[in-house]
Write a protein that binds this ligand. Structure first.
Ligand SMILES: [Zn+2]
Length: 184
């Protein structure tokens, strides 16, 4: 890890240094204003293995940072896609939903309320369509089986035999999607 790959920020309010390894961004070291360059380099040298370990845990990058996506556009897009996909699935599944909501959930991709409201994360617009489709089918299946029992997964499997792969994609890339900041 070279020192120039690190963004050093001097902060008048920082009382001690703080090191962050944010998703898809340079390593960020915030230091008190008077901290010397030699001290900064010592901190970075000492934390080098830790920084590398943090980076290793971050999964392959999708390159989303170059994308200009506004949240309002994304919400409209997700709502349209979800409605279209859900329309195709309600009949084979024998279910009915009340409405579709698109939200800015921190950690969830989708949810299904008892009253039949299906909620989806607008960041799904960043995922492959197949993955979005899996999330829609997953939530629709909850209208039949509200838990994650064997019966639930059998139903998902019936409708989307590749669900394991799609769920794995979401596990792997989900954190990057969740960290994505819209352009507005
Ligand atoms: Zn579920």
């Amino acid at each position: 890890m070279l020192v120039d790959a690190v963004e050093v920020r001097r902060s008048p309010r920082a009382r001690r240094w703080r090191l962050e390894v944010p998703w898809g961004e340079p390593v960020r070291l915030t230091v008190p204003r008077r901290m010397s360059s030699a001290e900064i380099e010592r901190v970075l040298a000492r934390k080098r293995a830790w920084i590398e370990e943090q980076r290793r845990r971050q999964v392959p990058r999708l390159g989303l940072e170059g994308m200009a996506v506004s949240q309002s556009e994304a919400r409209i897009g997700v709502r349209e896609l979800v409605s279209m996909l859900a329309e195709e699935e309600v009949e084979p599944l024998g279910v009915a939903y009340q409405r579709i909501r698109v939200g800015d959930q921190r950690t969830l991709w989708g949810s299904c309320s008892r009253s039949g409201t299906l909620s989806f994360n607008w960041r799904l617009v960043l995922a492959p369509l197949e993955v979005l489709d899996y999330v829609v089918v997953h939530e629709l299946c909850h209208l039949r089986v509200p838990n994650h029992s064997y019966g639930f997964w059998s139903l998902v499997e019936l409708r989307r035999p590749r669900w394991r792969e799609l769920r794995a994609w979401l596990c792997e890339h989900g954190p990057e999607l969740l960290a994505f900041r819209a352009s507005e």
